[in-house]
Design a protein. Structure first.
Length: 220
């Protein structure tokens, strides 16, 4: 019997043991491989570093349950960074399921000690894709009178002073479809001269790169 036949007849539990050792070894004794940081990540960090305490940030959670696993973790991280910097984050969604993801992020922040209405607000969903983005950018108070939880937006401290998209110091678009970087750039970034960070899946990244290279968005 040759070596291959012997290995083929080996009790499968030995293979499980070998696999467990291989998986556990780097955890017990990390290999110390270097971690590279890409230019996109550097540009995103540099943009976030410009955010000052009290700055208002428009944060769009415009993705569905199908795309959520790709981009929701990124939304959670970006939201946490902005709160830690003292920004007032206004969440909104231009896709039907996005407001539920935004509310999940809000609940996590509240559990960590942040205050709803003072530190952040979840406006909810507005239908209309690119038209909705343009409408909200021009007249935010005319689109939402109440937030996702039914609170009058006029009574929420974090939302005070928002009259157009130009009142935001930064915008963040987390998306997996429409509205995407094209619509966001046409309706908010270019007309109102507001910096933008885009968080997308792989397909969206290929469309977003030209906007990053041209300086129309600042982070990807």
């Amino acid at each position: 019997m040759n070596i291959l036949e012997r290995l083929g007849n080996l009790d499968r539990r030995w293979w499980f043991l070998v696999l467990a050792v291989i998986v556990a070894l780097p955890i017990v004794k990390p290999m110390g491989l270097p971690t590279s940081v890409g230019d996109w990540a550097k540009q995103t960090k540099e943009t976030l570093d410009l955010v000052q305490p009290g700055d208002k940030v428009l944060f769009s959670c415009s993705y569905s349950a199908g795309g959520g696993p790709d981009v929701h973790p990124g939304a959670q991280v970006l939201f946490k960074i902005l709160l830690n910097k003292g920004a007032k984050v206004i969440l909104v969604s231009f896709t039907p399921q996005g407001d539920s993801f935004a509310e999940q992020i809000c609940r996590e922040a509240e559990a960590a000690g942040a205050k709803y209405g003072t530190d952040f607000v979840n406006l909810g969903f507005i239908a209309g894709a690119e038209t909705a983005v343009a409408t909200y950018a021009a007249n935010p108070s005319g689109v939402f009178s109440n937030d996702f939880r039914g609170n009058p937006v006029s009574e929420l401290p974090a939302y005070q002073g928002v009259t157009t998209a130009a009142d935001f110091g930064l915008t963040v678009l987390v998306c997996t479809g429409m509205p995407g970087v094209e619509e966001w750039t046409r309706q908010i970034t270019n007309p109102y001269k507001v910096p933008a960070i885009i968080c997308v899946n792989t397909n969206g990244a290929t469309r977003s790169v030209p906007y990053l290279q041209s300086g129309q968005i600042q982070g990807l």
